[in-house]
Design a protein around this ligand. Structure first.
Ligand SMILES: Nc1ncnc2c1ncn2[C@@H]1O[C@H](COP(=O)(O)OP(=O)(O)OP(=O)(O)O)[C@@H](O)[C@H]1O
Ligand SMILES: [Mg+2]
Length: 272
């Protein structure tokens, strides 16, 4: 059920393939290593969460995949092709919900479709579908300032989904939310994902969230930023309250927690 392989062998079918990616930033005349030979393959429609201490390179890794940062060495591939910049195949959701404050929910969701040149009627229909999917139909004509944090985040999810990317890159999307809203959005995200399958890389600080959502949890370590542990989550979907309260969930959470906070896969020895 669990593996400890820090660098899984690249599979020919990988949707996302990160191969020995290093990223250094100049810092006071020296090279600061934000990512140190990170290798990770993510399968089509897989849901991978990434946890790790602040500064371990999670956002840097996402930015490399989003095409916003170039690796110093190594390769990042999507569908077998080197990432050469941002593209409509990757929907990015940033920690600060980047909605346009002067546009309504509907116009925000339609924005990417307009850029892509879709005719108005088609835009409207697609936006409608995704607004309904995230449960914001009552607020389609509201401006972002009229929405709660959780609703803004759902709008950002609808907007990312609407352009139909095959990959969703989400950087701590629920980080700023209270626990209850967070749990609700986790369940909604999984429900959306089960209906509209995507390959997801989801960054979080929250170990429970990491385990609850994922097929696989990637634990990173800092200085230098690297993959420290990879934990397969064999829990069934849909992930109900029952799953969250199960002994297996607790076991996986403890395992990831130990990896993150002690940077020691503490329970490995017991698993053989
Ligand atoms: N553009 C940049 N220039 C210089 N240093 C950078 C740059 N971007 C990131 N870094 C450094 O690289 C390291 C990793 O940053 P990154 O944002 O990827 O961490 P993170 O794991 O996302 O942290 P957090 O959990 O706090 O969001 C940090 O030490 C950061 O200071
Ligand atoms: Mg970050």
């Amino acid at each position: 059920m669990t593996t400890t392989t820090p660098t899984p062998a690249p599979a020919a079918t990988a949707k996302i393939s990160v191969q020995e990616v290093s990223k250094t930033f100049p810092l006071r005349g020296e090279d600061f290593v934000a990512l140190d030979r990170v290798s990770l393959d993510i399968a089509d429609n897989e849901f991978v969460t990434v946890v790790g201490p602040s500064g371990c390179g999670k956002s840097t890794l996402m930015n490399v995949l989003a095409g916003l940062e170039e690796p110093t060495s190594g390769r990042a591939l999507v569908d077998g092709k080197d990432v050469a910049g941002p593209g409509p195949d990757r929907g990015v959701i940033f920690q600060q919900y980047a909605l346009f404050p002067w546009l309504t929910v509907r116009k925000n969701v339609e924005f990417g479709l307009k850029v892509a040149g879709l005719p108005a009627a088609e835009r409207r229909e697609r936006a409608e579908h995704f607004i309904r999917l995230v449960g914001l139909d009552q607020f389609a004509d509201a401006l972002p300032k009229m929405l709660s944090g959780g609703m803004k985040q759902r709008c950002a999810i609808a907007r990312a989904y609407a352009v139909d990317p095959s990959i969703l890159l989400m950087d701590e999307p629920f980080g700023a939310l209270d626990a209850l809203t967070r749990v609700t959005l986790q369940e909604q995200l999984l429900e959306t994902w089960s209906r509209e399958k995507r390959t997801v890389m989801f960054i979080t600080h929250d170990v429970d969230e990491a385990v609850f959502l994922a097929n696989r949890v990637v634990v990173m370590a800092a200085r230098p930023g690297r993959i420290y542990d990879v934990v397969d989550v064999g829990l069934p979907y849909p992930r109900t309250e029952e799953v969250r309260l199960s002994p297996e969930f607790a076991r996986l959470r403890n395992r990831v927690w130990h990896s993150v906070y002690h940077q020691t896969p503490a329970l490995n020895a017991q698993e053989g």
